[in-house]
Design a protein around this ligand. Structure first.
Ligand code: CA
Length: 382
């Protein structure tokens, strides 16, 4: 089998109601979708993660001008070989960010092709499923007007609960006083409902305020405290982790085995959160999972992309081992983005759907997605 072409689909659409995470106002949702074509009729789909503020054209340009010439004519089943080829060729200007997101998109498509070629879901190729269903947690609680939205966010918690979720991640990082008021309102609203909470500041604070927030939230029995400080401040992560009681999580802005080597080696986190669509794809995630296992760190994947990213992440999370084995070991949970995304679910014919807060791991070959080309065409950036 040979790769004959790569089609790139940068997608973008404005949001009717922009929302803020701690780093800025999200006014568009975007994705860079790729389609890897082979000479025997199998097509693989992949996605480069477009961060909340990231234009999808960047990864598209990397794929078109740098990566596509490296893989045309190659055997798509040579996933490891092609990953190293793409990484080495871009090392001097890549290693992180949009360049590894672009590598991720192609790598995902190659694994999709491999699954289809072998007639098995990707999790089989990754070594099998540790679980056949996964608990989903609601990611939400973004801001619409800014500070002072505690009452609305408490209502949002009740809405996630009514939709079946028993785990939720609250976006913080809008000022310590505001964050603490929001958590108090949510805590009161959900009391006695058996809900597990996590928080995520998207690295809004320095070490001092990150620790102060951790102390202020000690009473909520948080499953994790995500991105307390900037991703490149590894010593800061370690200090926060040594001073707060809850587990510290991070890694959505870290890339490849090399980035995670330093992150894990420094003892930065209890929970590593690689994003398949930016860490370097399944190939890089396999490298990272071996590192995390050696460091006694749990992988709990990050995902905030389209239905293709979600489908890929479900295949990955099936194959994530637990770091701390026991009869009642804590299993990874699936990030289920509840924020506005006009084309996320419509992009494929069978999108991931949670029922009572759980999702079955799909068993169709490859990523198991059938992409709706009308949706691609509708949202493609001209
Ligand atoms: Ca996050």
């Amino acid at each position: 089998m040979k790769i004959t072409d790569i089609r790139i689909h940068p997608l973008r659409t404005p949001l009717e109601t922009p929302f803020a995470f701690s780093q800025g106002w999200v006014r568009h949702r975007s994705s860079t979708i790729v389609e890897v074509i082979t000479d025997d009729g199998i097509t693989g789909w992949g996605e480069a993660f477009a961060q909340g503020l990231e234009p999808p054209q960047i990864a598209a340009a990397v794929i078109d001008s740098a990566l596509k010439p490296l893989v045309i004519g190659a055997d798509p089943l040579d996933t490891e070989v092609l990953w190293h080829r793409m990484y080495h060729a871009t090392r001097d200007y890549g290693r992180k960010g949009s360049v590894t997101a672009a590598i991720s998109a192609i790598d995902l498509a190659l694994w999709d092709i491999a699954g289809k070629a072998h007639g098995v879901p990707v999790h089989k190729l990754l070594g099998g499923a540790f679980r056949t269903k996964v608990q989903a947690y609601a990611t939400g609680f973004y801001r619409i007007s800014g500070q002072g939205e505690a009452a609305r966010l408490a209502d949002e918690a009740l809405a996630h609960h009514a939709a079946g979720f028993r785990a939720m991640k609250v976006k913080l990082g809008y000022g310590l006083r505001d964050d603490i008021a929001v958590m108090a309102a949510i805590g009161r609203a959900i009391e006695g409902k058996g809900i597990t909470l996590m928080v995520d500041t998207n690295h809004a604070y320095g070490v001092g305020d990150a620790i102060r927030l951790g102390h202020a939230l000690a009473e909520y029995n948080l499953r994790w405290y995500e991105e307390p400080v900037a991703p490149e401040h590894i010593a800061g992560y370690r200090e926060v982790r040594s001073r707060v009681t809850m587990p510290v999580a991070g890694g959505e802005n870290e890339h490849t085995l090399y980035g995670f080597r330093d992150f894990l080696g420094a003892g930065a986190v209890d929970i590593a959160q690689p994003d398949l669509c930016s860490v370097g794809g399944f190939t890089a995630c396999r490298h990272v999972m071996a590192l995390t296992q050696a460091h006694g760190v749990q992988v709990n994947p990050h995902v905030w992309g389209s239905a293709i990213a979600q489908a890929a992440s479900l295949q990955l999370i099936a194959a994530v081992p637990v770091a701390h084995h026991s009869v009642f070991a804590e299993e990874p949970i699936f990030e289920y983005d509840r924020s506005s995304h006009p084309f996320r679910q419509h992009l494929v014919r069978e999108p991931a759907a949670q029922v009572e807060g759980w999702i079955d791991i799909p068993t169709r070959p490859g990523l198991g997605v059938e992409v709706d080309r009308a949706v691609l065409n509708r949202y493609r950036v001209s």
